[in-house]
Structure formats: structure tokens, C-alpha cells
Design a binder for this molecule. Structure first.
Ligand SMILES: [Zn+2]
Ligand SMILES: [Zn+2]
Length: 250
């Protein structure tokens, strides 16, 4: 039992520290690249960090329990021997995890924009107008719960090498932070080129934080395109600032 508690506490600490380091680094990059972009946003960033620490506890707990079960009882389909599966499975499993996470995110996110759920679950995330590098984990605990179960469930269903899982978690962290940063980190030839037609970067998610009722996806534009909710890329010049703008979906 102490090992289980220790694993849960360690995972909560890892998620919180990862958030502080990655968001902190990209906030510094933002300060160098666009000085003053977050200048008047101290109160917003303070709120974002508070919600994110609560989210770290909610994300860390199931992850810590599953990590303990993996180590102590061989739970999950995470494998450490790279030859346990064919090598092509390494990239295939990463892609499958991202596709599964993206589908779950699209539908739960879209559901949370129903006015009956929006205030209770998702309004916290949209208080960030426009978002910052600290918005990545700024979720109400109910919303955090919907995100926290994804990877701990998938590891029981889809086999994945421990390093490939590390890549999935890194992509999740990197995209979560950069999609909210308030500027586009990827070059135009990707964002506005063939890749950008299917991949979600900050330009796409920024539009969700402005228009609300569109661009619900996480990594891929597939579901948005299929369901007619893709309104294309946003521009950073039209990002609303401060609480003056009316919330459209609430
Ligand atoms: Zn967002
Ligand atoms: Zn939303």
C-alpha cells in the first residue's frame, strides 16, 4: 500500500513539475520573441497556474496507480523489451494513441460546449482570453477528469513500448502548451501547407478560443472537417483581450 501511495504522489509531482518547466520555458521564449504579450495578464496567469495544479493532481492520481500496477503486478500492455512486438509497431502505436486521444477529446470537448455542461465543466478553460503558455492545463476538475482517464485506459487496450509512450506524452505536453501560447511556433509552409490541412497547431486552436463553436480537435482536423465544425485557421491579431468580449456559447 505505501508503494501505491508513493507512486500516486510521485506522479502528481511529476505532472506538476512538467507543467511548470514546459509552460515556463515557453513563457520565456514568448517573452523574448514577443516582449509584452503577457504583460497585463498576471491575474489570468495566476488563475491558470492554480487550476493547472489541481489538474496535475487529477491527472497524476490514475497515472500513478496504473504505473504502480504495471511495476508491481504486470498490469497494462506497456512493454519494455523492444523486440516484444514488430518494430513497425513503435510508430504505429504512437499514431494510434494520438488518434484515439484526439477522437475522445473532440467528442468530450464538443459535448462540454453544450450550454448545460459549459459553465460547470469548461468555462474555466475559456476564461483564458486569449490563452497563454500557462493555459495548457487550466481546466476545471470535472474537465480534468475527462482528460485524465485517456492514457491510463489506453495502456490496458493498445500495446505500447515504454519509450513510445514517452513520445506520446511529450507530444501531448508540447502541443498542449504551444497551441495556447498566443503565437504560431511552426513555419507557414507547414501550418498553411498540406500538413496543416490535417494537423492542429496554435493557429487552429486560437480560433476555438475566439469563436467557441468550432475547431474542437486536439491533434488532427479530421473530426472537425468530417463534422463541419472546422472554421479554418485563426489570426492572432483578432484575439480578444481581457474580459470585455461576450462569451458566445455560455
Ligand atoms: Zn484551449
Ligand atoms: Zn472549448
Amino acid at each position: 500500500m505505501p508503494a501505491l501511495i508513493l507512486s500516486a504522489l510521485a506522479m502528481i509531482a511529476i505532472v506538476a513539475v512538467r507543467y511548470v518547466i514546459v509552460s515556463g520555458v515557453f513563457a520565456l521564449v514568448t517573452a523574448r520573441r514577443l516582449p509584452g504579450l503577457y504583460a497585463d495578464r498576471g491575474a489570468q496567469i495566476g488563475r491558470e497556474i492554480g487550476w493547472s495544479f489541481a489538474a496535475a493532481a487529477i491527472y497524476g492520481l490514475p497515472a500513478g496507480i496504473v504505473a504502480w500496477g504495471w511495476q508491481a503486478h504486470g498490469w497494462t500492455r506497456i512493454y519494455a523489451d523492444v523486440n516484444a512486438m514488430p518494430l513497425w509497431w513503435l510508430p504505429a502505436s504512437v499514431l494510434l494513441y494520438l488518434l484515439a486521444h484526439d477522437a475522445w477529446f473532440y467528442w468530450t470537448h464538443r459535448l462540454m460546449h453544450d450550454p448545460r455542461l459549459f459553465r460547470r465543466m469548461h468555462a474555466v478553460h475559456h476564461q483564458s482570453r486569449p490563452p497563454t503558455a500557462w493555459t495548457a492545463m487550466s481546466f476545471h476538475p470535472w474537465e480534468s477528469l475527462t482528460g485524465a482517464v485517456v492514457i491510463p485506459t489506453l495502456v490496458f487496450v493498445i500495446p505500447i513500448h515504454v519509450a513510445a509512450l514517452g513520445i506520446v506524452l511529450s507530444v501531448m505536453t508540447f502541443m498542449g502548451v504551444t497551441n495556447h501560447m498566443g503565437w504560431e511556433i511552426f513555419p507557414d509552409r507547414l501550418v498553411k501547407g498540406a500538413g496543416g490541412r490535417w494537423l492542429i497547431t496554435a493557429s487552429h486552436h486560437q480560433r476555438h478560443h475566439v469563436d467557441y463553436r468550432c475547431n474542437y480537435g486536439l491533434y488532427f482536423r479530421f473530426w472537425d472537417r468530417l463534422c463541419g465544425t472546422d472554421k479554418g485557421l485563426g489570426s492572432f491579431a483578432d484575439a480578444p483581450r481581457g474580459p470585455g468580449r461576450a462569451r458566445r456559447s455560455a
